[in-house]
Write a protein that binds this ligand. Structure first.
Ligand code: ZN
Ligand code: ZN
Length: 757
């Protein structure tokens, strides 16, 4: 009997053996088990750009650094390389310091709070770091000061006089965000000392027109103080040589090579590395007691200091010529990692590990625009957790949509399509069909494999695709790798479909068994290949197959990945669930924020109009009903309502209400009713929805476009719209505020979080 394993071995196998591990390979780790570089192995040090602590990461931040680096580090571990993945929060800088002043807490407290937010979000997304540290540590001070002192000793530091602003009232120098004034470029009145938010110009605080102290508003005076400069001019030759060599050797992307070259072409300028701030790494030099290092100088040193927080042996990783450094970041971070940080390390000249492979992403847009926490636009890490969509689906969507050579765009409809047709119908279907078939038809045991020629050809194509996947991920082509893995799933589905084992089960159970056992083998292979992308899905597949989820993709392991005949599998489970069209709409509305683009918003089928009740009469026959007349500006509507159970006639007369205008006309005990008055209900009764706006004003969910449906069927369709009140008893639809002329509508008697009827 020929087995899958023998078949694969007959194919060209040089590729796998290139990186075959020696069985007596040395493992090395420090006393607490942290891996250390080993001679003779590939030692891969992976960093993700350090996210700025003071901001909740959004989907674009995730794909830009931590998630991409996570995929590669998981892949490198699958290959048996010696890997260390390091990241953490970048905690120093004026944004933290000013925020702390505003909130009346210490910068450290701000950092503690946000560090935890970051940590929780990355954990939820299944990002597995060796350490997720922070830069506000004694190790950071020690290593930064050491690098500075080496630079100084090597003649790479210069002292220059600079003009700065000083507030005599507060007795403090005013750097960056501690001073505001008029922008010299666009004349916006609230430009900050480091940047103008209106036109985006980078500024020096002395350029501001009519500057004022952010704390006490008094005008500052100019003072001349000394600052330290990194002499990039002095380092240009060494740096250019290193860039030319490394960009080729480490296969930097075309875009990042171009950015770096343009910096070199402009001619490098000496750069100031000190700042008149308190929250930062202290400068070990006489006369600099009130200054700290500028964040762009010491933030990348965070990679080293965070590693030092993990192990005392950090120098084995960071001062080595036997380590390949892979760095992941968004495109805006490139010059700091290809020019400034390497220049500091080259100048310090202490055998530092320098960048090998640079992996960058362009931007991820949200529905064609920017993510904005302040405006509530887009999905942030904490929001994603509340959608009920599992982390693996988010990962899959972001990774298949990774902005590698150009910006890409997040769309809810696209997320639903990828979930429903790729994950659910392709992968989920293959896994579920295979496992239930083995379970139901073969008593849960993998049947014997007797390969026919067509099976051999099919397996050869799978081997080829697997090789392609490995090549792609070795080159850190993350999007290509997931595409290839999903192709394997797709062609295997087709193989199963064509093989029709369910038809041959009785007539030729051996060939039916072979087909399903081949599928089971490939499902197992897929669990491995998908592990870098969707680790928890891979683990679930492994448990359904009753195999270990300690995956590996080294040559030896790949060949032994076949099942023994008779292997007992586990219980089938559903891997993915459908995302319905209605949810897509709901999510889209929920994350629109303050964005108001009436032409492209979702459609809203109700004709809701502000009106005033001008007549209230008893219903001729029904004691619990009123017949009221409502004016909506130009029109008068007669409405039959049961609200008299909760309101006096006096209270109800002249009340501003919201009427539903496009409901099917009906009769209540013989009296015609042309609409409905919106109200909310809970156990204590009804409360009317009202507005501050004038009669005739239309009510629309924020960002939506009204497309009135004639004769709206209340009984059938109302519930689906999900009209409710929020915590503040304001009307919402699918989580989005209902607005009349831009203003929320609200209940006249508070009933938070209740249903609107
Ligand atoms: Zn400006
Ligand atoms: Zn002041």
């Amino acid at each position: 009997m020929r087995r899958f394993v023998t078949l694969v071995q007959r194919r060209p196998i040089n590729f796998y053996f290139k990186r075959t591990l020696m069985t007596d390979e040395k493992k090395s780790s420090d006393k607490s088990g942290v891996p250390l570089p080993v001679v003779g192995r590939r030692n891969i040090l992976i960093t993700s750009a350090l996210p700025y602590v003071n901001a909740t990461p959004h989907l674009g931040n995730l794909i830009g650094c931590v998630l991409s680096a996570d995929v590669y580090s998981r892949f490198a571990r699958l290959r048996g390389y010696n890997v260390l993945y390091v990241c953490g929060t970048d905690e120093y800088g004026t944004a933290t310091e000013t925020k702390a002043v505003l909130e009346g807490v210490t910068p450290q407290e701000i950092c503690d709070k946000y560090h935890k937010i970051h940590n929780d979000i990355y954990e939820w997304f299944d990002i597995r770091f060796d350490i997720f540290g922070r830069t506000s540590t004694p190790q950071q001070t020690e290593i930064t000061q050491d690098i500075y002192q080496r630079l100084d000793a090597n003649g790479c530091i210069d002292e220059q006089e600079m003009k700065g602003l000083f507030c005599e009232q507060c007795q403090t120098p005013l750097a960056d965000r501690f001073v505001e004034g008029e922008c010299p470029t666009c004349h916006y009145d609230q430009a900050r000392g480091d940047q103008c938010d209106a036109c985006g110009s980078l500024l020096d605080s002395v350029q501001l027109i009519n500057p004022r102290c952010k704390t006490c508003s008094s005008p500052p005076v100019e003072r001349i103080t000394n600052h330290l400069f990194l002499r990039l001019t002095h380092l240009t030759d060494q740096l250019s040589k290193w860039i030319t060599e490394s960009s080729e050797k480490g296969c930097w992307s075309t875009n990042s090579k171009a950015t770096t070259q343009s910096w070199l072409k402009m001619g490098l300028q000496d750069r100031c590395i000190t700042r008149d701030l308190k929250w930062g790494t202290p400068v070990p030099r006489k006369g600099y007691e009130d200054k700290v290092f500028y964040v762009w100088f010491d933030a990348p040193i965070g990679y080293l200091s965070i590693t030092a927080c993990l192990t005392d042996e950090w120098k084995q990783w960071w001062k080595s010529d036997n380590v390949e450094l892979y760095q992941f970041m968004g495109k805006d971070n490139v010059p700091f990692h290809t020019v400034i940080f390497p220049a500091s390390l080259i100048g310090a000249d202490d055998g530092y590990t320098l960048l090998h492979h640079l992996n960058t992403t362009e931007y991820l847009l949200y529905e064609g625009g920017k993510f904005s926490k302040t405006n509530g636009v887009g999905v942030f890490g904490d929001d994603a957790q509340n959608t009920g969509i599992p982390p693996s689906v988010w990962r899959y969507y972001l990774l298949t949509n990774r902005p590698e050579s150009s910006d890409s765009d997040f769309q809810w409809s696209d997320l639903a399509v990828k979930n429903n047709s790729e994950l659910l119908n392709n992968l989920g279907n293959l896994v579920h069909r295979t496992i239930t078939f083995v379970q139901n038809q073969f008593g849960g045991k993998i049947p014997r494999i007797t390969l026919r020629k067509s099976d051999e050809e099919f397996l050869a194509s799978i081997t080829k695709l697997t090789e392609q996947y490995i090549e792609e991920l070795e080159a850190v082509k993350i999007k290509a790798g997931i595409r290839t893995a999903m192709t394997i799933s797709k062609v295997t589905n087709q193989y199963l479909q064509d093989g029709e084992p369910w038809k041959r089960l009785k007539s030729d159970s051996e060939s039916a068994g072979t087909t399903i056992a081949v599928c089971a083998n490939i499902v197992r292979l897929l669990a491995t290949l998908l592990h870098p992308y969707m680790p928890s899905v891979s683990s679930t597949i492994a448990s359904q197959l009753n195999v270990s989820d300690d995956f590996s993709l080294t040559s030896a392991e790949l060949f032994s990945s076949e099942f023994v005949e008779g292997h007992e599998i586990g219980t089938p489970q559903v891997l993915f669930t459908k995302i319905a069209d209605e949810s897509v709409e709901e999510f889209h509305l929920a994350f629109l924020g303050k964005k108001r683009d009436a032409k492209t918003g979702p459609e809203f089928p109700l004709d809701l109009i502000v009106g005033t009740v001008f007549e209230v009469k008893d219903h001729p026959t029904a004691d619990h009903l009123w017949v009221v007349q409502v004016t909506t500006g130009g029109r008068t509507l007669q409405i039959v309502t049961s609200l008299r159970t909760c309101y006096d006639e006096e209270q109800f007369l002249n009340k501003t209400v919201i009427v539903l205008n496009n409901i099917k006309k009906s009769k209540f005990q013989g009296v015609a009713s042309q609409g409905m008055v919106l109200c909310a209900k809970d156990e204590s009764g009804f409360s009317v929805v009202t507005s501050t706006q004038s009669n005739g004003t239309r009510v629309v969910p924020e960002g939506a476009v009204v497309k009135v449906k004639k004769n709206f069927k209340y009984k059938k369709a109302w519930k689906d719209l999900n009209l409710r009140t929020n915590d503040e008893s304001q009307g919402i639809c699918g989580g989005v505020l209902l607005l009349a002329n831009g203003e929320p509508i609200f209940l006249d008697k508070p009933k938070p979080n209740s249903e609107v009827v």
